[in-house]
Ligand binder design. Structure first.
Ligand SMILES: *Cc1c(COP(=O)(O)O)cnc(C)c1O
Length: 474
């Protein structure tokens, strides 16, 4: 492909992208292809000769598109969103064009310095302590792994990095029973071991019980374990419970245990002053993560990781082979020392585009609107005799189930709700997912799509009521 042909296709694909967004509601939200259906349409071996772009795009339409689940659809209510936006997309086009590798300052000074400023902007926008430092990671899973590794190193005086795990000490990490699975993955990778992840019970609203955390840490210390890290969650994945940060921070302060705060989804709500209660006590935390790629209109991937003490982070990850030595050490941020990978994408550009194109006010308006729409659904659920709310709705996720008078018993209710979800998703009109709360099958409606409006949640609710009436047990 030469430059002239690239120019032609770049314009055509830009039109294709705009068409996609214009017609996005016409696609079935959840792809209903069968396992292997896409695979069987792909040639088993790569082409030896050059293929024409016309043919490649034709196959994109006929083979790939049917197997896509439309995350940007306004009728996507599953999981948490991975929302994006036009300004973010435009920045991604430029990022791909530049093709930079942002390992160190010298490999693209603008990328490093823009990243530094974007992290400062996010700090201001979310009200995080001004003395903290931030870095963009790929995902919250990586950020949490970084936190647990730093905690492990700080607790051992950076000995594990040098000597490996001695086996004379057993480390412990604490989280709640509702915590995201990325914490379990991180303790496995960090050499701490899944058995040493202590899951603290939650209260009736699915928030970590700080009193039980205090007892668990005290008992562990008495038994000779070494507490390393507590992970508190603002906005759990199941039902967006907000752990009591201030009380948890007090426990960590008493024992000197590292406190990591996972706000992957809910962190975006901190743009709203009325949500800052969630971070009361944050000054006592050591690290914090939230994903602009979930709810802040920034295309996947972009995870904002903040630390109180940059030195602990650098000491944990720093490496300095001869081929990476530059004359600027200490003057600039070499982000390869701020996390796990060496190679890094230029992710700050899309944040810059998003924040400038919307402006903080419009970002706040959109987030408030999502929360309002979720409250609207919550009200419909509460007003309907055959449905019930399963957890408080502090943010923009509604947990509910179908519970008509003629169906009784947990098992029957679980099956009917599973059936309801399967039927709803098969319509292609909406896509939602579930969780289990205290063993009860719970449907989740997560309202945070960039394009989601009142009319979408109204149709979704209508469809839910109508489909529920057609579900029968037996
Ligand atoms: C989504 C989520 C994660 C994982 O995020 P990734 O960026 O996909 O790794 C972690 N914690 C919570 C609370 C989440 O909601």
């Amino acid at each position: 492909m030469d430059n002239a042909e690239f120019r032609v296709w770049a314009h055509r694909i830009a039109d294709r992208m705009a068409d996609y967004y214009e017609n996005i509601e016409e696609y079935p939200v959840k792809s209903n292809v069968k396992p292997g259906e896409i695979l069987s349409q792909l040639p088993a071996s790569p082409p030896a000769e050059s293929e024409d772009m016309t043919q490649i795009m034709r196959d994109f339409e006929s083979i790939i598109m049917p197997g896509i689940t439309h995350w940007q659809s306004p009728n996507f209510f599953a999981y948490f969103p991975a929302n994006g936006s036009y300004p973010s997309l435009l920045a991604e086009m430029l990022t791909a064009s530049l093709g930079t590798q942002c390992m160190v300052w010298e490999t693209s000074p603008a990328a490093a310095e823009l990243e530094e400023m974007m992290m400062n902007w996010l700090k201001t926008m979310t009200g995080l302590p001004s003395g903290w430092d931030g870095v963009i990671q790929d995902t919250a899973s990586t950020s949490t792994l970084a936190a647990i590794l730093c905690a492990r190193e700080k607790t051992t005086g950076y000995a594990v990095n040098d000597d490996g795990i001695s086996g004379t000490e057993t480390f412990r990490v604490y989280c709640s029973t509702e915590t995201h699975s990325s914490v379990e993955k991180a303790v496995k990778i960090a050499g701490i071991g899944r058995k040493n992840l202590v899951k603290i019970p939650t209260d009736a609203q699915y928030r970590m019980d700080a009193g039980k955390l205090r007892t668990a840490i005290a008992n562990d210390i008495a038994s000779g374990f070494k507490p390393v890290c507590v992970v508190a969650t603002l906005g759990t994945t199941g039902c967006t419970a907000v752990d009591p940060l201030k009380e948890i921070a007090a426990v960590c302060a008493e024992t000197g245990v590292w406190l990591h705060v996972d706000a992957a989804y809910a962190g975006t709500a901190l743009l709203l002053p009325e949500y800052r209660w969630m971070t009361e006590g944050i000054e006592q935390a050591d690290s914090f993560v939230f994903n602009p790629h979930k709810w802040m209109f920034t295309n996947f991937d972009c995870s904002a990781y903040f630390v109180k003490n940059k030195e602990a982070l650098l000491r944990t990850f720093e490496i300095l082979p001869e081929y990476l030595k530059t004359g600027n050490r200490g003057l600039v941020n070499d982000y390869r020392d701020w996390g796990i990978p060496l190679g890094r994408r230029f992710r700050a550009l899309k944040l810059w585009f998003v924040i400038r194109s919307y402006g903080v006010n419009q970002l706040q308006e959109k987030i408030r609107e999502h929360i309002r729409l979720a409250r609207w659904i919550e009200q419909q659920v509460m007003a309907h005799p055959d449905f019930e709310i399963m957890a408080p709705v502090p943010l923009s996720l509604v947990c509910f189930r179908y519970n008509p008078a003629h169906i009784t018993g947990t098992n029957a209710l679980n099956s009917i709700n599973e059936m309801l979800m399967t039927k709803l998703n098969a319509t292609g009109k909406i896509f939602l997912t579930h969780t289990k709360l205290n063993g009860k099958y719970t449907l989740r409606v997560s309202v945070a799509g960039t394009l989601t409006e009142q009319r979408h949640v109204e149709s979704a609710w209508e469809l839910i009521v109508e489909t529920a009436a057609s579900c029968t047990v037996g």
